[in-house]
Design a protein around this ligand. Sequence first.
Ligand code: COA
Length: 260
Amino acid sequence: MTYQNLLCDVTDGVATVTINRPDKLNALDAATIGELEACLGLLAADPGVRVVVLTGAGPKAFVAGADIAELATLDAAGAQQLARRGQALMDRIEHLGKPVIAAVNGFALGGGCELALACSFRWAAETAKLGLPETGLGLIPGYGGTQRLARLVGRGRALEMILRGNMVTAAEAHTMGLVNRVLPAGELGAAVAHVAREIAARSQLTLRCALEAIDGGLATDLAAGMRLEAGLFGVVASSDDGHEGCRAFLEKRPPRFTDR
Ligand code: COA
């Protein structure tokens, strides 16, 4: 499938989706959101896709936010509808059932920061800047930012970032746990591709259960999370891949996973 505002490449089980509106710093307009919905639907359903990488085109931006030109004239109903659609897209990413890695190659602001937050984890270029600047526009984040940022970095840091609407450097984002790793800009793509391939070599069943245990557990209380973990541990430990992985360790050989 070809897209107007996305590039999508699948190599060795890793799908790299590049948001491709560099002249608008890859801002998420309605057309791009529609293409992301369609593309992620296809990638979710494709058993050949084991890991997804999200990044932005050009040297400057991951995604510089929702398209401000489309925000300027919204009424309450339209704005709510826009927020629900953006939230649904971010939820789709969080619950894709496959790891989604954000390669934050530049500005990740507003909806771009929210897109990165919905991913399983984030690696960033040294030159990247992240932030939720909506209060400066007389708005608040509407694609999950108020919820996911506080859960990831804590209430105090989230409140400071959202109330100030400032950008943080990649190094500052790393210190607060917003990104997991910072790399020289020229090395980010290759480093993310490498880790994506590494994860893609694991059992799909195992990855899906790990994602479900962590994200499902965070959505509930500790006791319910423990029950969820035990149930999923039962699934993986009794699976072909669980048996194969343990047998391979004991036989001192690499495992041959079949995703069952
Ligand atoms: N929505 C729509 N267009 C955007 C955009 C956005 N979120 N972010 C950048 N653009 C556009 C600019 O309008 C400009 O378009 P033009 O060339 O047609 O005038 C182009 O992208 C380049 O941006 P520019 O502002 O000239 O680049 P810069 O290097 O001077 O500044 C930023 C970079 C990221 C600091 C600045 O673009 C910015 O603040 N963007 C908005 C970020 C934001 O508030 N996001 C949250 C939205 S809810």
